[in-house]
Design a protein around this ligand. Structure first.
Ligand SMILES: Cc1cc2nc3c(=O)[nH]c(=O)nc-3n(C[C@H](O)[C@H](O)[C@H](O)COP(=O)(O)OP(=O)(O)OC[C@H]3O[C@@H](n4cnc5c(N)ncnc54)[C@H](O)[C@@H]3O)c2cc1C
Length: 497
């Protein structure tokens, strides 16, 4: 199945390196098949996969019998194993869906029943007194308690999937936007990007909000994605003592989200959000004063102790919705080989719970390929990816041992998050060769603390200069469009000019 010219000819091309593309890439690396991933951004996980709540949902919100319900429950129940293989941070902290009025209790009972039909375990309706015991700062008349709901780091998950796939032989081309697709035979595609063309006999379209446009490149006009933005506030770690569980309102499915919730993150912050707003521009990640005010007000209704002094940053993610604004709500995931274009699998409308469902979705896609192609196992596949050891999380004895073994552990570069030089260097040397400042931030946690890089940014730039001989124009915040340094060197200041 492999063509003559190496490097640009593959058996299979994945378009889009979000959690779905990276899961499929890793799942395929279990087999002998030559795979590449083409990603328009400078790193993986910069679409909705790195911009969500990081919740591994239990699966009670989705309609029984749907792919969303089945894959969410499977994804939740298998996540502990993936977390162990990829050394991911993962905590089953449990979720409370809180009814503020008696009339909402009926909906809690419906959700419980729906969850049980889907196979969700250990769901329980609890009374106000029990809520107070579990969450003293919270107000509500009753709640649905889901102990199986968990949290992880969504960008850490996506990066680890990609790096593990890379280590198992998958090639990644970053900064490589797909601009055209030619079908030269029914089972042979040429994928055109600004710098090169790539050939393969299978295509997997997992381009998130752009999946309809990618399908359009081969003449499939049956799909339409409506971008729907969700904005968040990030609260300082000082707010982490305010809640122990995920706190959700009773959802109103017609709104197309699960309601503005309070989410403890795996890194010890708390998120407020997301909002739910259909937008025109698929790249419009702006955060707006109007929505942020609403988030604050909603959060205070639950937790009056929340105050604006806890706010440290904000961000937004964009849902890839199939349901148009006038309809709202959720439409099931669509995973299909459109009959007009065989050998191309389209993943359409992979909105929440897509992070939770990524592994079962990947298994489904690989089963579709296997059915046609008859894949044989890769005997060298290694599912383990230890990632970067977090110095700050080690006990004192281990810290002392690490410093003795490698003095780079003895130098703190990011003071807020206590990230050492060793961890920054490991992040810089990542297997995908993604070296923008944001890539280093997501891998090491440097620049994520209270000062947001005020202290460590220039130190990290020094390391990049030492290690890879970076010139001023090589320092990029996110990618080629965001140089960190701009301007001209003045003749009077630098004698070399
Ligand atoms: C606000 C919000 C909150 C959410 N919360 C949760 C949650 O708590 N739990 C949960 O399970 N799910 C959640 N989700 C859903 C989850 O984030 C998504 O289902 C999942 O990230 C989808 O992954 P993806 O790989 O399909 O899409 P993406 O992550 O968007 O990846 C698509 C990739 O394709 C690339 N691409 C696009 N066009 C091209 C092109 N022309 N050429 C090359 N590359 C291209 C993009 O750059 C991007 O990297 C949430 C989503 C949002 C928006």
């Amino acid at each position: 199945m492999i063509y003559e010219i190496p490097n640009r000819k593959f058996d299979l091309i994945i378009i889009g390196a979000g959690v779905i593309g990276c899961s499929i890439a890793r799942q395929l690396s279990r087999y002998k098949i030559k795979v590449t991933v083409l990603e328009k951004n400078s790193d993986v996980g910069w679409g909705s996969s790195g911009r969500n709540s990081g919740v591994i949902h239990a699966g009670f919100n989705n309609k029984p019998g749907t792919l969303m319900a089945n894959y969410c429950v499977l994804g939740n129940q298998s996540f502990a194993q993936i977390a162990q293989e990829l050394n991911l941070p993962y905590k089953k902290i449990g979720k409370l869906v809180v009814a503020k009025k008696e009339k909402e209790v009926k909906e809690l009972k419906r959700l419980k029943k729906q969850g049980e039909t889907n196979g969700v375990k250990n769901l329980e309706i609890i009374e106000a007194s029990e809520i107070k015991k579990m969450e003293p700062n919270l107000q509500g008349v009753a709640a649905l308690y889901s102990p199986e709901t968990a949290i992880t780091s969504p960008y850490h998950y996506t990066i680890s999937l990609a790096e593990n796939a890379r280590q198992n032989g998958v090639q990644f081309f970053l900064n490589t936007p797909v601009q055209g697709i030619e079908r030269i035979k029914p089972d042979k595609f040429i994928v055109i990007t600004p710098y090169a063309s790539f050939q393969a006999n299978y295509l997997i379209n997992c381009a998130g909000v752009y999946s309809d446009q990618i399908a359009g490149l081969v003449g499939i006009n049956a799909y339409r994605i409506y971008p729907c933005r969700g904005e968040y506030f990030i609260l300082d770690k000082k707010a982490s003592s305010l809640i122990q569980h995920l706190i959700y309102p009773v959802p109103h499915p017609e709104e197309g989200g699960l309601g503005i919730h309070l989410t403890p993150t795996i890194d010890g912050n708390v998120l407020i959000g997301p909002s739910n707003e259909y937008i025109e521009d698929k790249e419009d990640y702006s955060v707006t004063r109007k929505v942020l005010d609403k988030l604050y007000q909603k959060a205070q209704e639950f937790l009056p102790v929340i105050s604006s002094r806890y706010f440290i940053a904000n961000y937004a993610g964009i849902r890839a919705k199939q349901s148009p604004p006038e309809q709202g709500g959720f439409q099931d995931f669509l995973i299909e080989e459109n009959p007009t274009v065989p050998n191309m699998i389209n993943l359409i409308g992979i909105e929440s719970p897509g992070l939770t469902a990524a592994q079962p979705i990947a298994e489904q896609v690989v089963a579709m390929i296997d059915q046609k192609e008859g894949l044989s196992s890769n005997p060298d596949f290694n599912p383990y990816h230890p990632g970067i050891l977090r110095f700050a999380e080690q006990d004192e004895e281990t810290k002392r041992r690490l410093i003795k073994e490698d003095s780079d552990y003895g130098e703190i570069i990011c003071r807020c998050e206590q990230v050492t030089k060793k961890e920054i260097l490991q992040a810089i040397d990542n297997p995908l060769a993604a070296r923008s400042l944001i890539s280093i931030k997501y891998r090491s946690r440097a620049m994520m603390g209270r000062c947001q890089g005020g202290y460590c940014l220039t130190r990290i730039m020094e390391l990049l200069k030492e290690r890879y001989d970076f010139k001023p124009e090589d320092f990029l915040l996110k990618g080629p469009e965001s140089p960190l340094l701009v301007g001209y060197r003045s003749k009077g200041v630098n004698n070399d000019d």
